[in-house]
Design a protein around this ligand. Structure first.
Ligand code: BG6
Length: 521
């Protein structure tokens, strides 16, 4: 994370920026000694502090099984902040560390929660915190229900507290269940102790600046929305390609696969933002209502006969190959992966949205690990012009206009169009008009967790998934999960370092189309 240098040409334009500072809060982080807290939460908190948005009445109580004293945990936190956030001043760091505390305990033991309660009461008094408790679950999902039940039964959840100023909030990371049944079960446990308005389900893609920009781009401009429909758009492609493999997470990943890890959440959330109807306001419920409506309109997959044929969703698993010139071993040889694993590391699908706006416009979605390049993008291809004026010189077909949102790592937007090239009387060629965030705004993009943490503190649920939004995605994917479970077939093995593979290509070729090459702006 770095301070942002804004290009003078942008600084001179009208800018309307709204940011709310966090109110007083006591935050309890479960899983406080874990990787996510170290890499993302603590540096993001320090950045919020640096921006002057952290309330002076704030404290963090870390909780996990590791035995640390307050002082030892502060050292852990200081190291995490130094690693994740260059250039924090020692005064700022000292101030933040002075509000960080630690308590070790067993998540299943009710006594841990009694100790949390006593400690929180002391800390609230010490830091004069009248506001809410924020419980952040940064633990393996298998522990969610245990912690939530214990929070509830030890009266830490305060669902029924009439004094709403004291209402606690619960922050949960994906995955939210591993199918419809477990997701519903998790929600029942949550709703026993917390109201929906107290629950913040994190899908970190929604915290990315470029993902948030999809909505601003669509609804703060007059020129795109009139053509954002089946009359003008030929197809939409959404890609999340990673070069990384499963790293140290094989234990989790081998039981999940790309469909649960990426498709059910990040991919479908991006689809919802691209395709939803305009909400009536920039209000959490208005936006979440539209996203759920859109996801409900996705045509169900028909996987009754065979998992692959007719199902419009295909899977692959990486084999040996090369990325960035480095030899990569096959997924099945990764440490912690079953040697006969059928887990998919790549999913590609064709979806249709059965509503007036999108009827019969294909949305092609793909995500995979160990691919040729890291690249997240949304590519909207418009229809060809209805009639070419230039048929007499052999130009019967013009390449279509293409609008691409480059989500990461080279954040930007590009618009491809036809233009006259200087020289001959008729010389038409494709041009790309490109905008790169880093050229205009400099530096790195703010970390998604900074946005999400601040929003949990200020009580803005816009970028968090509501339970009905989770349920609808699992409902959509259940026939696929069941068909894959029934099948003995191994997913297609693609060499690490590929861009695609034949079955994924066939989804588009059947429609006379192709995947856009990994695009970039
Ligand atoms: C996580 C997945 O949700 O997103 C990981 O569990 C994946 O498997 C990661 O690597 C990708 O996130 P990003 O922000 O690096 O694109």
């Amino acid at each position: 994370m770095a301070t942002q240098e804004i290009h003078p040409s942008v600084a001179a334009l009208d800018m309307i920026c709204v940011e709310s500072a966090a109110p007083p809060a006591a935050m309890v982080v479960f899983g406080a000694s874990g990787d996510l807290v170290q890499r993302k939460l603590l540096p993001s908190l320090a950045e919020i502090r640096r921006r002057g948005l952290l309330n002076e009445h704030f404290c963090l109580l870390g909780c996990s099984r590791t035995e640390y004293s307050d002082e030892q945990y502060r050292q852990f936190a200081a190291e995490a902040v130094r690693q994740g956030l260059g250039g924090i001043s020692s005064d700022e760091l000292t101030d933040l560390l002075g509000r960080i505390y630690y308590l070790s305990g067993d998540y299943a033991d009710p006594a841990t929660y009694d100790r949390i309660k006593t400690r929180l009461a002391e800390l609230r008094k010490k830091h004069d915190i009248p506001g809410c408790n924020l419980y952040y679950l940064s633990v393996p999902p298998i522990l969610y229900e245990t912690i939530i039940e214990r929070l509830g039964s030890s009266n830490l959840s305060s669902k029924n507290d009439p004094d709403c100023r004291l209402k606690s909030r619960l922050v949960v990371e994906k995955p939210f269940g591993r199918d419809l049944l477990t997701a519903t079960g998790l929600n029942q446990t949550i709703s026993k102790w917390f109201e929906e308005s107290q629950v913040y389900r994190i899908d970190h893609y929604l915290g990315k600046e470029t993902v948030q920009n999809i909505m601003i781009f669509r609804f703060a401009n007059a020129m795109f929305e009139p053509v954002w429909n089946r009359t003008h758009i030929d197809n939409v492609q959404i890609t999340i390609a990673e070069t990384l493999g499963v790293e140290h997470r094989a234990g989790y990943y081998d039981k999940s696969g790309a469909i649960r890890d990426m498709f059910q959440n990040h991919m479908l959330q991006m689809l919802a933002l691209v395709a939803m109807e305009p909400p009536t306001s920039f209000d959490a419920e208005a936006i979440r209502d539209e996203k759920v409506k859109l996801l409900r309109a996705v045509r169900p997959f028909d996987c009754q006969w065979s998992p692959e044929a007719g199902c419009s969703i295909v899977r692959g698993q990486y084999g040996v190959g090369k990325t960035n010139g480095r030899e990569i071993s096959a997924y099945r040889s990764e440490e912690g992966v079953a040697p006969n694993s059928k887990t998919e590391t790549y999913v590609a699908a064709r979806l249709f949205i059965d509503n007036w706006r999108w009827k019969d416009v294909p949305f092609y979605l793909r995500t995979g690990k160990r691919l040729a390049k890291k690249d997240t993008e949304i590519v909207v291809t418009f229809k060809e012009i209805p009639h070419s004026l230039f048929g007499s010189v052999g130009l019967h077909h013009m390449p279509p206009n293409v609008l691409a949102f480059q989500i990461q790592p080279e954040e930007g937007i590009s618009l491809r169009f036809q233009a006259k090239r200087p020289g001959s009387k008729i010389c038409i060629g494709t041009l790309d008009m490109k905008f790169r965030y880093k050229d205009l705004f400099g530096g790195e993009m703010p970390e998604a967790y900074q946005r999400l943490l601040l929003d949990c503190m200020t009580g803005d649920q816009t970028l968090f998934t509501r339970f009905d939004g989770i349920e609808v995605t699992w409902r959509l994917l259940m026939p696929v999960l069941e068909a894959w479970q029934r099948s003995d077939e191994r997913p297609y093995v693609y060499p690490a370092g590929s861009e695609s593979f034949p079955q994924a290509n066939a989804l588009l070729e059947a429609d006379g189309r192709q995947w856009h090459p990994f695009y970039g702006v």
